[in-house]
Design a protein around this ligand. Structure first.
Ligand code: NAD
Length: 427
């Protein structure tokens, strides 16, 4: 029997909520929030993600969130043409990548990676002799390697596993800490679960050998042993002249010098990167955290990209950032949309995926800087933004384009104007 949907029951203490089915949970939420039948039916439609799958991916599932996937065209990466699926709710992001790709298509993007190494940290406190303890741990390298590798025979079999050991002494407000880094090749997996398991397995021995107490055992999202890089050259002819080129370089210098600008500069880069990371079922937060931490690695938050003018007067753009993305693990393997997107990309290794993602980040940034240094970004944004505003005003079907067109013509992309235009159209 359905719960009352009048919003009268406003307690968030719902016993056994997690044991209910998604439909039963939705009914309870509807009662809490006073959702009507149409709203409940909308949420209950899980689209192309099977309910059973969704219910096993996270806790307390009641619905799914659809985000559009657009395809970035014009991209040639390491000599190979690729179509890149991008999942994003933000307009202009996909178009920006297509535009940058078109303007650099002849040379395309050249990419590389530093490897597929992840770092797990084990924190030991109250170590009486941190310097000597550090050496005791380093002397146990082979034992530590054996414990780590025993955790994941499958990873070992496909050429991954423990690679190195580092032990750092951190001076903290709580005294000296001994922080052990397990450096693990996680191959085609992002590797969080893989290295976390190793960190937990090795922790009791670290406590024993260091003489301290172990607390945290988890990966670092500053995956600086898993850098992806991309570069591209834009001729002045292709981008509209030396003035545009110089404007882009100046915008880069601004971001290098000013964290207020760099935050927005890098946010634009992540517009591209997170969209591909999400479309492939990878962990957007892990990649975002790694990117921003890397951007601050020299003590001041700065740009993830660089722009220079080469000897021939061309604009050279480059990017380098940690990209812990995989083809195995997390949602990558189980989400049918992620699987289809990986097939569109045609990638068979995590390395190739990371290289493509880096190229998309650079492409995004190039287009954003070009727009900012010339016409401003609003001109490009307004077309799609006007459509959103038209929909917010209640436009449906063919009305959406008609209202949006008139909003742009009138140079007043506002909801009140959209409502007036819609009323006029319907008259
Ligand atoms: P996973 O544990 O699901 O899969 C990795 C495992 O797959 C490997 O350990 C290996 O045994 C096996 N495998 C099979 N074929 C492989 C191949 N070709 N290459 C590599 N491994 C192969 O996933 P994971 O990548 O260890 O963890 C990713 C998940 O962890 C993501 O969902 C992420 O959101 C989550 N997570 C993230 C954080 C964080 O970023 N701080 C923390 C915890 C969990």
């Amino acid at each position: 029997m359905s719960a009352r949907r009048d919003g009268a029951n406003r307690s968030s203490r719902i016993a056994g909520f997690h044991r209910r089915s998604p439909a039963e949970r939705l009914d309870l939420v509807a009662a809490f929030a006073g959702l009507d039948d149409a709203e409940v039916a909308h949420l209950a439609d899980m689209g192309n993600l099977p309910v059973v799958l969704a219910d096993h991916m996270i806790e307390n599932v009641v619905a799914t969130m659809n985000v559009p996937i657009g395809i970035a065209t014009n991209l040639k990466i390491d000599g190979e043409d690729v179509l890149v699926p991008m999942a994003t709710e933000e307009s202009s992001v996909v178009a920006a990548v297509c535009n940058a790709g078109r303007q650099s298509y002849d040379g395309g993007f050249t990419t590389s990676v530093s490897g597929t190494l992840m770092i797990a940290q084990v924190q030991a406190v109250d170590v009486p002799d941190p310097h000597a303890a550090r050496l005791r741990l380093l002397e146990r390298r082979d034992d530590i390697k054996a414990i780590c590798d025993a955790c994941d025979p499958l990873l070992l079999k496909i050429g991954g596993g423990f690679r190195d050991l580092e032990v750092r002494i951190l001076d903290t407000a709580g005294g000296a800490m001994l922080v052990t880094h397990l450096i693990v090749d996680t191959r085609d997996a992002m590797g969080a679960n893989a290295v976390n398991t190793m960190a937990e397995a090795v922790a009791p021995r670290i406590a024993e050998w260091s003489g301290g107490r172990v607390f945290l055992r988890i990966l670092s999202n500053l995956a600086d042993r898993r850098l992806a890089r991309a570069r591209a050259v834009w001729t002045t002819d292709a981008i509209g002249g030396a003035g545009v080129r110089d404007g882009i370089v100046s915008a880069y210098h601004f971001a290098e010098a000013d964290p207020y600008r760099a935050a927005t500069h890098n946010k634009g880069i992540m517009n591209g990167i997170s969209a591909v990371v999400l479309a492939t079922g990878n962990d957007t937060r892990a990649v975002e955290a790694g990117a921003h931490a890397y951007a601050a690695r020299n003590g001041r938050y700065a740009s993830l990209t660089h722009y220079e003018i080469d000897a021939g007067g061309n604009l050279c753009g480059s990017i380098e950032l940690p990209l812990a993305v995989g083809l195995i693990g997390g949602a990558t393997k189980i989400h049918p949309t992620a699987q289809a997107c990986l097939k569109i990309l045609g990638v068979s290794t995590a390395e190739r995926l990371a290289r493509i993602v880096a190229a998309v980040g650079l492409a995004q940034n190039f287009s954003a800087l070009k727009a900012l240094a010339t016409t401003g970004i609003q001109a490009g944004h307004m077309g799609l933004h006007a459509q959103n505003v038209a929909m917010m005003a209640g436009a449906i079907g063919e009305e959406i384009d008609a209202v949006a067109r008139r909003l742009v013509e009138q140079k007043a992309v506002r909801i009140d104007v959209a409502q007036a235009i819609l009323a006029d159209l319907r008259r």
